[in-house]
Design a protein. Structure first.
Length: 279
């Protein structure tokens, strides 16, 4: 058995105001939402935004990403305010995979999640590099449970990285360890004209290759694609539909549908609801 007791030393002073906001914020699970946990995922760390050089900022790709960030987060909420949302969904067979509420602290080192995953209930929180979790009310977790709930990945902070990346694009495109090709490509994605940028990551961050697709006139992010090995067309792509809006102008893609690159096989989809912005 692997005890989680050693991971319970969460900083009380640093998280007090954050926890107060979490405990007084009500969340509503949407009546019909989707999520699929991808089989393949780049492990992007929670960290401050990259100090992009002046030369990089002047590239066409960097300008397009900046336009997209301005569209999705015009008031600079991401990474500067507390955030909470509901995220739920099913797999390709229509079966529930996940129905959770989660929140980030101001600098996103604090993370709290509760709900259902893989047929169990989970309560999970992270503060810096320390974490704690209960599964079906138990905090003394077997290795099998740890692996089933993905608590063994990234030293226990996988869920913070996972939701931080998926909810945070396009803002997360500018994170450390990411290299943006300078040029923008005009192409098609799911039958629509788009502008695309290519992003690669350092091996220690994930080593994958990502393409992000934007609506040309507004720079709204409409989809993305990732490869572990682009030469064999592995990996997956995501199609975004609609926007979930906060009272502070944050616009996060509402629905994500997942497909395999190699054969366009549908894997499932997820949807965000109840987007909340705190202090």
């Amino acid at each position: 058995m692997i005890s989680c007791a050693a991971h319970r030393r969460l900083g009380q002073t640093a998280t007090k105001s954050y926890n107060r906001w979490m405990n007084t914020t009500s969340y509503r699970l949407p009546s019909r939402c989707w999520v699929i946990l991808p089989w393949l995922f780049v492990a992007c760390s929670i960290s401050d935004k990259t100090d992009v050089s002046e030369d990089v900022e002047e590239t066409p790709a960097a300008k397009l990403v900046a336009r997209s960030v301005e569209f999705h987060d015009p008031n600079g909420v991401w990474g500067n305010r507390q955030l909470g949302m509901s995220w739920a969904g099913t797999n390709s067979e229509g079966e529930e995979r996940v129905a959770v509420n989660f929140s980030f602290g101001v600098d996103q080192s604090e993370f709290m999640l509760s709900g259902r995953y893989a047929g169990s209930t989970i309560e999970y929180q992270v503060s810096g590099s320390e974490w704690s979790a209960t599964v079906d009310g138990q905090d003394d977790l077997s290795r099998e449970t740890m692996e089933r709930m993905r608590l063994h990945r990234e030293n226990g902070v996988f869920w913070r990285s996972y939701y931080g990346f998926l909810a945070g694009i396009p803002m997360k495109i500018r994170d450390p360890g990411a290299y943006l090709d300078p040029e923008v490509t005009a192409t098609t994605f799911e039958g629509r004209e788009v502008h695309a940028v290519r992003l690669t990551y350092e091996p220690m961050v994930g080593g994958d290759t990502w393409y992000f697709y934007f609506e040309p006139s507004t720079a709204e992010l409409v989809g993305c694609r990732f490869y572990h090995d682009e030469s064999i067309n592995d990996g997956e792509y995501l199609v975004f539909e609609g926007l979930t809006l906060s009272q502070d102008g944050l616009r996060i893609p509402r629905k994500r549908s997942w497909y395999m690159n190699i054969d366009s096989r549908f894997l499932g989809s997820d949807e965000i609801d109840g987007l909340r912005v705190g202090p």
